[in-house]
Design a binder for this molecule. Structure first.
Ligand code: FAD
Ligand code: MEZ
Length: 610
């Protein structure tokens, strides 16, 4: 491997760490023990000035971590940093589509929906097969209305209420334009963190949480963007690393039936927090409880939000028949799909459903929806018996008008589904949510196996187990991350105040390079792709990371370009590609052939991502 930037002994240490940082972001290169060995070697070499200090370190800039940061700073925290291993913030949260469940909100009242905390708790426990920790569920339900108000206060928009599976009433809150909840929430959180001047260090992977001799938190070992390993000493840590849905090896370890399943999760959902908690002998709950989402397009792994069914869509099998109450909980719908021919089905809806949910436009743009002017035309296009699909839709319209689904007992049937044109998308279940995780109490404080606390350690979000039991209801994870993210931020603030209070911030973003973010949205398949192009001195190989459809990072993994010359081309070309999401960008004068080689390599990688 040739890495032009790295020369001499210090550079060798940095090189080891750079590989670690890179592998941390892309999760493909080193196995855990190789990675661990490199971290230890690299950390051993770290210079004293690389030691940093903060009062609270938040690990993970997804919804839970960013919420915790905002809450702690709003309460008065002054010296707090957020570490994020990926090149962008948002984690799985930015993918969240359907919404956030909350009871007794003004938005429900405005629509005359009668809901209660008790009913919310009951539905959640029933959905989770009573495996849930009832105290955590109670906290989530009680604080759900405040969570909606808080999101709106920080600049978000949750004001429309919809129906989802397993909920007795309309309870899921989403933006007023019916768009996806995650991008709205992450945008609001990013803006708030910027306004509050909270440093978020991207491509910085936490590796270990350090305890003092009394067993209380004293620091975090991390590897930074740029490849520097260092230790941040701190009084409190908030663990918000999300779930492990993208770590197929770990998924299979806990639930072997899911071998071979694809996932809806972002690449960073690899269970790092679980590994860190195992080291500290934390307690765990429900690790084998892993949920599949029933309606995911197998070609692109795009999830069709449950909102499509909630707003009216039905599911039909390859023969054009319905086969399940589409609004049953996810475990039941997933199993029913797996029992159909080929383990797949079609989600079918009409123009009125399309008009009710703007998330559908993104599926149409992605090319994963087939359209027909009549049920027969649609059936022909998707290879389903046309008379049967016509009959199924006609029968459903009768059930809808009578308010009784005589076939499967579906209660909410929003529309008769007879407004042309008609639409269908292929779907199959995919790994979606890992309900198991570290044990916490109702203050978000991490508990050990024996039930005692680890002082200074808090956790929130998908890394936590116990809230959702055996099956999470759609919309409850975003409630979970806002409610427990706020609790973790608030309690970590209290803990630091009791431990001598906050100190002046010593880590800030000025020490780090600003991250380059996409200015337009890309239209690629998520994943990591390699490509090769001809540079000035031979082949250039790149690895390109695509997240949520957009190129978010490019690394030169092998090349022989001239040190001191290629760096300018590397920086400028990659930044322009990320910003514009195309390879039709300017090269750098004086390094034209290197620029062209990098562009050619990225283009080759992106060919595979179309
Ligand atoms: P994440 O948002 O995943 O954030 C964790 C962050 O930690 C990530 O950015 C990750 O890169 C980072 N990280 C991990 N390890 C490290 C480390 N070692 N060092 C530093 N950083 C690290 N739920 C709902 O309630 N409603 C919905 O509509 C909904 N839709 C969904 C749609 C999709 C496609 C998916 C995948 C999930 C959906 N969910 C939904 C579930 C919900 O989005 C997630 O459970 C929730 O957002 C998790 O939030 P989190 O903050 O715990 O984790
Ligand atoms: O909670 C979820 O995972 C969810 C609401 C997903 C979706 O179908 O939109």
């Amino acid at each position: 491997m040739k890495k032009g930037k790295l020369i001499g002994f210090a550079a060798m240490v940095a090189a080891a760490a750079a590989v670690i940082a890179f592998s941390g972001s892309f999760h493909t290169r080193l196995n855990k023990s190789e990675k661990e060995k490199n971290v230890q070697e690299a950390v051993a070499e770290v210079e004293p000035e690389k030691e940093k200090q903060a009062d609270i370190v938040i690990i993970g800039a997804g919804g839970a971590g960013m919420t915790a940061a905002v809450e702690a700073v709003q309460k008065g925290a002054t010296n707090l940093v957020v570490l994020e291993k990926m090149p962008i913030t948002g984690g799985n949260t930015v993918r969240a589509t359907g919404g956030l469940n909350a009871a007794e909100t003004p938005y429900q009242a405005a629509e005359g929906i009668e809901d209660s905390i008790e009913l919310f708790v009951e539905d959640t426990m029933k959905g989770g097969k009573n495996l849930n920790d009832p105290e955590l569920v109670q906290v989530m339900a009680e604080q759900s209305g405040e969570a909606v108000a808080w999101v709106n206060e920080i600049g978000g928009d949750l004001s429309v209420v919809g129906q989802f599976g397993g909920a007795s009433v309309k309870r899921i809150h989403r933006p007023s334009d019916t768009s996806a909840v995650g991008p709205m929430l992450v945008k609001a959180l990013n803006a708030k963190l910027k306004e509050l001047e909270v440093p978020v260090f991207l491509e910085t992977e936490a590796v270990h949480i350090l305890l003092d001799e009394k067993g209380a938190v004293q620091g975090v070992q991390a590897v930074t963007k740029g490849g520097e390993p260092y230790t941040i000493s701190c009084k409190a840590v908030i663990l918000a690393t999300g779930g492990f849905g993208a770590n197929s090896e770990m998924v299979v370890r806990y639930k072997k039936e899911l071998d071979g399943f694809f996932t809806t999760n972002h690449l960073g959902a690899t269970g790092d927090g679980i590994a860190m908690m195992e080291e500290l002998k934390a307690g765990f709950a429900d690790m084998d409880q892993i949920q599949t989402h029933p309606t995911v397009n197998p070609d692109t792994t795009t999830m069709y939000t449950e909102g499509v069914r909630g707003n009216g869509a039905i599911l039909v099998n390859q023969t054009g028949h319905r086969f399940v109450n589409e609004l049953e909980t996810r475990d039941i719908v997933s199993e029913a799909i797996l029992n159909q021919e080929g383990g797949t089905c079609f989600i079918v809806f009409d123009q009125s459903v399309r008009e009710s949910l703007s998330a559908i436009e993104s599926y149409i743009e992605k090319g994963i929806i087939t359209q027909g002017n009549t049920p027969e035309e649609l059936a022909e296009a998707i290879g389903v018996d046309k008379d049967q699909l016509k009959k199924t839709l006609e029968q459903y319209a009768v059930f809808q008008s009578e308010g009784i689904d005589a076939e499967f007992g579906r209660e909410s049937m929003e529309v008769p589904m007879n407004k042309p044109p008609y639409y269908a998308g292929l779907c199959a279940p995919a790994v979606h949510h890992t309900m198991g995780g570290v044990k916490i109490d109702t203050d978000s404080q991490v508990l050990k196996e024996d039930g005692s606390k680890i002082p200074g350690l808090f956790a929130a979000g998908e890394v936590v187990g116990g809230v959702h039991g055996a099956n999470r209801l759609g919309g409850n994870a975003v409630t979970d991350i806002v409610v427990f993210g706020r609790l973790a931020g608030s309690r970590a603030y209290d803990y630091v105040m009791e431990d001598g209070g906050f100190t002046e911030a010593t880590m800030n973003l000025a020490q780090e390079e600003e991250a380059v973010e996409p200015e337009v949205k890309g239209n690629y398949k998520d994943g990591t792709y390699t490509g090769t192009g001809k540079g000035n001195n031979g082949d250039i190989t790149v690895e390109v990371l695509v997240e949520s459809g957009s190129v978010t990072a490019v690394n030169l993994t092998d090349h022989a370009e001239t040190p001191g010359i290629y760096e300018a081309a590397e920086k400028a070309v990659i930044a322009s590609v990320i910003k514009t999401q195309t390879v039709s960008v300017d090269g750098v004068s004086g390094a034209t052939r290197t620029s062209d080689g990098i562009k050619e390599a990225i283009a080759a990688a992106l060919e595979k991502a179309k």
